[in-house]
Structure formats: C-alpha cells, structure tokens
Design a protein around this ligand. Structure first.
Ligand code: FES
Ligand code: FE
Length: 439
C-alpha cells in the first residue's frame, strides 16, 4: 500500500492519507515531481488583445510575464531581470513596447531581446547581452496557453489526452472563439490546494453545502426536480484528467431561469450549432461539465457561464485561486447580462457558492490538525459501480492516482467501468460528413 493512497479494489475502498494535506515534505515533493514536470495553465490568448499587451502571472511559484510581442505572437517570460533579479513588470497588466527594469534600467523588447543597457560601454564587446529567460515550453490548445518547466515533457496535445474533447465542447460554443471577459476573481483559501481540486469536481457536496443557493433557485423557478437535471457521468480522461459531465437538463439551465428573449437567443444559437456540428455533439454542449486538467486547471461549464480556475499552492495549508469567465463574444446583450448575473450569483468571493466551498475546505484543513489520530480521508463512492455519476468520486480517484504516480512512482491501474453511452460520446461532425451521399 502506498504511503498516501490506499486503493483497495477488493473491499472496494479508496482512501487518501491526510499527511498529504499538511506535510511540508509532501509539498516540496509536489513542487518537484508535479509542478516541474507537467503542463501548467498560464492564461488565455484573448486576455492579450493587442500587440505588446502583457499580464503578470505566477505559476508554480515562478513570477511570469504573459505577453503578446510586437508581431502579435504570444510569449511567456520569467519576470525577473537577468541583471540582478528585479521584477521587470510590477503591474498586473499593461501595454508596453519595451519592458524596462526599474532597478538599473536594462530594457527588453516584448520578444525578449535586450534593447539597451545604461552605460553599455562598461561591459566590453565580448560581453553577451542577455535576453529574457523563458520557461522551457510554451504551447496552446484552442486559446488556452500552457507552459512547462520540463524541456522533455510530451507535447501538449498528447498530455491533454481525453480532456481535449471537453475543451472542444466549451470552445465550440463560439464560432469566432470563446473569450475571457474583463475582470478577474482572486481569492485565497486557508487549505491545501488539493482540497479545491477535489471540490471542483465533487457533485456529492452540492446540495448540502450550497443549500442556500438552491433555495434561491427554487424560489426563482417555482419548482426544481433534481431528477430533471439530467443524467451524468464521472469519466477518467487519462493522464490524471477527469470530468463530471451532465446531459442536457430537461428543466433547462442550472441557475436562475433566463428571460424569454435570453432563452430564445440561446435556443437559436444551439439550433445553428446543431447544423454545424450535428445534434449529438450539440446535446453534449448543452449539458454541463466540471473538468480538471491535471494538476491545477479547472473548467466549470454549467452552461450559464464557463469558469476557468487556476489553483496555486502557496504553502501546505494555503492556496491562491484565480478565476476568469469565458463567453462567446457574439452573444447578445440580454443573454450576456443573464450569463454574468448567474455567474456572479454562484461563483467568486461575492457569490452564493464559492464562499460556502471555502468554508468547507478551511474546516477540513482545521480537521487535518489531527491527521496523526485520524489518518485517512475516504473517497470510495461509486467504486462498486460499473457506471459512475457526478455524485460518485471516480473523478477524484482518477486525479489522485496520477498524483500518487508522480509523487511516489507507484502506478495504480485505472478502474474498469462500462463503456459510455452515446449521450456522453457523440462525436462532433463537420458539415461534409453530415451530408449523406444521396442528399
Ligand atoms: Fe534589472 Fe539591474 S536588476 S537592471
Ligand atoms: Fe461547491
């Protein structure tokens, strides 16, 4: 049995050792074995609208500059001056042709080349003028930009494995490309970062933790039959990625109901998409999904809004969270207004749900003060079933098995489950393949 994970297939039972949530040595191992050797999300291309736009970001403890250069290409630089270390960009965001260090004035282009250094003649001709340092790898998938500090890592597409299909279900909701909206949610949680990973794909907690939210929804709708929310599945997507996917809800959207005009626009948009992608794929789009891309990127698409959430471990018992809203730019004003209203009612520091989750996670962390006496947390739900749904814990076990593999080297086989039915597998069709030869 691994030190941190008890994957008992016989009982069956799955447990996680709470030492993994408090031990500074585990935290150091995660930095090394996970965050130095995976693809990590830095930002979305649409956050950099113009040439020379930049945002500063922190990924795995590294200060970074996420920028578009003068040619319009996305670049990522280490936000530390090659001279003696000062941060080059101290603002959250900006637009600058040159990144000039305020300490001694070395200056660089957004393409990372040195432009000037005061008193240049004191260095001599043979002195190599350094450019900006960069992470080993930068790549993107449909606007989502990832970096890796491991030059030997597999390519991003291979790494994303089955998660790509779920990113497609999000990205296909716009014909011109989904965009990150202005405004960012930033909050922190006094808890281990893995607790928020679990929470983000945990359907089991929703009704009890977010009781108040559901009371509000019930009041707005008049009725809400939980069964009418539709069928769901917990799915292992490979490489530690997992999703809980919901079929389209027969009751309509999760959240407050749309106005008539909003609902009509939404319906028309999906009808149009059905012509492009086929009805099976669009039915999947109309459902919801909570996706975890290993290790720390969460995408929650409850249809009323798409949250992109980046979870940053800071210490074993403290994390920082950044979240953005992704939306189709061509959406009408009415639908956009209702999307944002639903989004802000549920998520973020002022939402009705996120503070509940923060409270739950912080009490877990307090509970872990007794991790020597009460060693194991349980994550066994649905292990005895051949089909798992959103209130089971397959998706978390999937993530933890990958965590365990990277941290301890022990490989645990994935759980054998029944094949998924068409509701959860219908492929996207292009126009050509949809046209039958006789039509
Ligand atoms: Fe940047 Fe000296 S540290 S110019
Ligand atoms: Fe929650």
């Amino acid at each position: 049995m691994s030190t941190y994970v008890n994957d008992d297939r016989e009982t069956p039972r799955f447990q996680v050792n709470r030492a993994a949530m408090v031990d500074p040595e585990v935290f150091a191992l995660e930095r090394d074995k996970i965050f130095n050797h995976t693809w990590l999300y830095i930002g979305h291309e649409t956050e950099l609208k113009k040439k020379n736009d930049y945002k500063t970001r922190s990924v795995a403890g590294r200060p970074l500059i996420f920028a578009r250069d003068a040619k319009g290409e996305v670049k990522v630089w280490i936000n530390s001056c090659p001279h003696r270390g000062a941060m080059l960009c101290r603002e959250d965001k900006g637009n600058a042709r040159f990144l000039t260090c305020f300490y001694h004035g070395w200056s660089f282009s957004t393409a990372g080349e040195m432009v000037s250094m005061p008193g240049d003649e004191s260095y001599g001709e043979n002195f190599e003028r350094p450019g900006l340092a960069a992470p080993a790898m930068v790549d993107s998938y449909r606007g989502f930009v990832f970096i890796s500090f491991d030059p030997d890592i597999v390519d991003l597409s291979t790494y994303l494995a089955g998660a790509k299909e779920y990113l497609d279900l999000v990205c296909d909701q716009s014909e011109v490309g989904m965009e990150v909206l202005e405004g960012t949610h930033e909050y922190s949680v006094k808890a281990n970062w893995k607790l928020l990973v679990e929470n983000s794909i945990d359907g089991y907690h929703a009704v009890s933790t977010h009781q108040r939210y559901f009371e509000m929804v019930l009041a707005a709708r008049g009725k809400l039959d939980p069964k009418a929310l539709g069928d769901s599945r917990g799915i292992d997507l490979g490489n530690g990625h997992a999703v809980v996917a919901g079929a389209p809800a027969t009751e309509g959207l999760f959240g407050r109901p749309l106005s008539e005009a909003g609902a009509a626009e939404r319906e028309a948009r999906f009808e149009h998409f059905a012509e492009i992608y086929g009805p099976g794929w669009v039915d999947r789009m109309k459902g919801n999904r909570n996706l975890i891309i290993f290790p720390n990127l969460v995408i929650v698409d409850l249809v009323m809004g798409v949250v992109v959430r980046k979870i940053d471990p800071i210490t074993p018992d403290y994390m920082e969270v950044t979240a953005w809203e992704l939306a189709p730019p061509e959406e009408g004003d009415e639908l956009r207004k209702q999307r944002l209203d639903n989004f802000l009612t549920f998520w973020g520091p002022g939402g009705l749900a996120s503070p509940d989750d923060v409270e739950a996670l912080e009490t877990c962390q307090v509970g872990f003060g007794s991790s020597r006496e009460l060693v194991w947390s349980d994550m066994s739900r649905g292990m005895n079933k051949s089909v798992c749904n959103t209130t089971d814990e397959l998706q978390m076990r999937t993530w933890w098995r990958r965590w365990n593999e990277l941290v301890t080297g022990e490989q645990l086989p994935s759980e054998p489950k029944s094949p998924l039915d068409a509701t959860f597998t219908a492929p996207r069709q292009d126009r050509a393949s949809m046209a039958s030869p006789t039509s």
